[in-house]
Write a protein that binds this ligand. Sequence first.
Ligand code: ASP
Length: 583
Amino acid sequence: MYRTHTCGELRLDDVGRRVTLAGWISRIRDLGGIRFLILRDRYGETQLVVTPDSPAYGEAENLGREFVVKASGEVKMRPKDTVNPKLPTGEIEVYVDELTILSPSKMPPFYPGEEAKEDLRLRYRYLDIRGGRVLRNLELRHEVAKSVRKYLNSKGFLEVETPYLTKSTPEGARDFLVPSRLKKGSFYALPQSPQLFKQILMISGVDRYYQLARCFRDEDLRADRQPEFTQIDIEMSFVEREDILNLVEGMIRNVFKETIGVSLPERFDRLSYEDAMNLYGSDKPDRRFGMEITDLTEFFRDTKFKIARNILDNGGISKGFIIPSFADRMSRRLGDEFSAFVKDYGLGGIVWFSVKNGINSPTKKYLFKEYEGISKSLKLNEGDVVVVAFHGNWEELCNGLGALRLKIGKEYFPHLGKGFDALWVVDFPFLEWDGEESRWVARHHPFTMPVLEDLDKYRDDPGKIKALAYDIIINGYEVGGGSIRIHNREIQEKVFSLIGLTKEEALEKFGFLLDAFEYGAPPHGGIALGLDRLVAIIAGEKSIRDVIAFPKTASGICQLTGAPSRVDERQLRELGIRVEVKE
Ligand code: ASP
């Protein structure tokens, strides 16, 4: 028998018992000839003691850190002054009389649980996971998945698997392709999401579907994305938007309660896209920092300040926000830094003033009256700073100020970024203009139901069409998104034509869906939530890489296996593929 107990299990009650433990040696100390070993496994750590008169003493001298051993001996109470209150097993130790090395270890490039560079952690992921932090995250991830399944199962959902080798069902990203051997020259695509399959399942009468589905998107990996990631994918028939929002709220509330004991509100706020942009300058607002953005255009109606005058005369607007109690920290230099920051978002810069014994500002000479008007009307407090910007384009202005607001929140008010804030953003625009391709594209995806009246009303201004789409936002992260779907061929064809697909292209790509719509498609809708992000938020981890067992680097490389890699000539020949690498 390898073990009678785990390394996290023994307590005072076990004193006097003979036990056998197995695990990794995490620390070795030698105190006056007595060897103290810390033995670690997934469940915890236990102190082993090997005295010079123990038959195991010889073997104990051969040990190194991260050796795998099996140790037997008697559980004893630790002397009072050596009790370790931080360790659940800290009141006991095991006096070892039998020790077997099951597997030696080389000197590791870093010790599990200790700091190391990320590429090293990913290359030796087993050492990293063994260290505990990632292991705890994997346990949490398991609990989250379990809670999701339990909840959805209790609501009558059916877990159905959909294919990984499939036809491309675009969500706006590039597909990963898999060459077919039997049909040379043809390719499968790995699913960007099970979108069309889950819709087909609704037409099949499945009624309530979910899947913890792996999705694949070949994008240039921005900050914290993975080429493959997991979605909690959900679809329901005979539902309206509120039905889905309520169901998902219940699920998220359950997950938080069951995994970390946090109670989220009974109902999450619903904010329209427009309000979210106006108030927070983002369609995924982190509301925890306060500092709502306000329209300030009216205060500059008669301004003579040239830059503002020009912008407002050309139909532009002004917005700004208050940074509370910031006057002492605000400076010309910081104002310049903020200006430079918003320039990246297409804005010209910002102006600012503070309230401290009256109004202070580098632009006081030009804008005193305006600042005074703002100060009175917004009832500013002593110490407040107001940041103001002018711009011709509403969306850019919102985005620029929103990004600045978040930067200031995170840098100067990090204590506010604690806890959890979950909300819905709804009433998204249906389309967005893709400058590169010079055409309208679906903001969510083209299977989303547009607001039907808008479809006719804004024929000449399609940017104004709204969608029955919604996102769930937690702490400023878009944790999930979904929509009510189109379930009718005519509307679907109209939408395809709106986004510039020809009839032939639409048939070629989505003919099977259009056909299915003609055999009794129920009204339906759904959502997908990013499991990786959700777990990272619950775990308090910044990066989703820390909640994924074997993540890829930002350049899409698996450090552990070295994938992607070249393949055999023979494999390529079988596929009818010749590779020409252009350096
Ligand atoms: N398939 C969508 C996505 O992956 C989610 C949905 O509409 O259900 O973003």
